[in-house]
Write a protein that binds this ligand. Sequence first.
Ligand SMILES: C[S@@+](CC[C@H](N)C(=O)[O-])C[C@H]1O[C@@H](n2cnc3c(N)ncnc32)[C@H](O)[C@@H]1O
Length: 220
Amino acid sequence: MAARRRSAPEAVHHPVFARYYARFAPAVDERAGIGAHRTELLAPLSGRVVEVGAGSGLNFGRYPDAVREVVAVEPEPLLRRAARDAAARAAVPVSVVPGVAEELPLDSGAFDAAVVSLVLCSVRDPDRALAEIRRVLRPGGRLCFYEHVRAGGTAMALTQRTLDRTVWPHLFGGCHTARDTVAAIGAAGFTEVSLRRLRVPEGGVPTPVSAHVLGSARRP
Ligand SMILES: C[S@@+](CC[C@H](N)C(=O)[O-])C[C@H]1O[C@@H](n2cnc3c(N)ncnc32)[C@H](O)[C@@H]1O
């Protein structure tokens, strides 16, 4: 592993959310079609990959054979334990390490690709996290992202902003619904941003976390 420096490993501690996520996220993935989106996100990857905010490791079983190694960074202790169990079952080699996105404990330029799924909504400082992801990618390396984002409609965007200022982050492990993650990726200096916008789940009444983007961008 390309260890560089240690960030405070227990800086993210959401025991109730973590228990809930580890237990129920697999079923939600299945029902909402998220599993298929994860497979699409990871399919183009190869070489050495860093996954930031890996949670309980729901992506691990979906990495293609062309991936040589995954270093998965997860700061929440309970989720990190679940991720280590998932890593032991994965077909590709996965090591799970403590750390936060804003200060990745990894060497610069060490990875061919980086993965974030449903993480940039939850980090404390998305701009710092993206700067760190950029740092650990080699020139030409790709960031693959699957994130829920700010909604297009005015009423839903207002609802999102209200929720972000009140209950939502407290209920869902620091999650924010109104972040403009695509703009943040561009502002962090990534280029060749390509993405498609999705509604998750596809049918039914939209929720504050229905607007998703799935795509990739390049470190120049
Ligand atoms: C909704 S979960 C998503 C987990 C996983 N990526 C997935 O796709 O299932 C959000 C994750 O972000 C992690 N997280 C929160 N703050 C973080 C930070 N500052 N740095 C890295 N990960 C963070 C949480 O611990 C949690 O694992």
